[in-house]
Design a protein around this ligand. Sequence first.
Ligand SMILES: Cc1ncc(COP(=O)(O)O)c(C=O)c1O
Length: 308
Amino acid sequence: MTDTHTTHDALEDPRNADIKIYVNGDLVHRDDAKVSVYDSGFMLGDGMWEGLRLYDGQWAFFEEHMDRFFNSCKSVSLDVGMDEAAILEALSATAAANGMTTDVHCRLMLTRGVKVKPFQHPSLSQSGPTLVIIMEHSKPVNSLQSAGIRLATVPQVRGLPMSQDAKYNSHSKLNCVIACLQAEQAGADEGLMLDPHGFVNTTNACNFFIVRRGEVWTSTGDYCMNGVTRQKVIDLCKADGIPVLEKNYSLYEAYGADEAFLTGTFGAQTPVAMIDGKPIGTSDRPIMTRIQTLYKRAIADYVAAKSG
Ligand SMILES: Cc1ncc(COP(=O)(O)O)c(C=O)c1O
């Protein structure tokens, strides 16, 4: 069996065995952090979440994450029950309870809450939402930067927005999980997903970019997660004079790319070594490396501005 990587491979950190989890205002040891089997998140995947990272005491690009989170919740009539400032307070309390200040990954999850009967109708959730915050000490493994990720194109596609819009960061990620399983069964680490027209779209857990002849390309954005990191990369390229295009392109152009990389809050930019068994470029990745430098600087600037 080949050595499998995921884009979320993190260094082992024994401190994570004793973290405290935020559950509806309480901070409890991870072994005691529980939600009801009647919770709509457990029963139906009826909830929204955000992945955030803490750098030197600041949640990077907090405003963009909250914009997406509140927009998603509003779109499915999920009343957050608190404002952005209260969410930030809950994050700060969780970080403080764990003595965490940097290199921390957070999964902030809100579901429609506990149901009075085990059925689908949202009105059965009558006691308010469930808010859970998991924070772990987390550093992406360095080996991913040299080895890169292996992608396999999968049969599972990103759907049209009138089925389950890919912009919902919903608890239910079954579409993505199926894609990930298909990639794993094809001997790859992550699934490269096409859109309903057959154009290259995104992976099951990250946004996808290629570099061709000095230009950075990514999908139009119509069928993928509106990734905070994706948008940062586009903005940073524009500001630094790197040609960047959001366009339709096919596997033909992806296979022939000089570089390819994934973006996401956890791994920032992760190189792609192979697509469908075809090597992509060389281990020299000058444009991605330049973008990584710009991204690190953007985070440092953000942290400095927030720290006053
Ligand atoms: C399917 C999918 N694509 C991309 C991303 C990356 O988004 P971001 O850059 O906001 O972390 C995520 C993260 O939640 C995701 O679930």
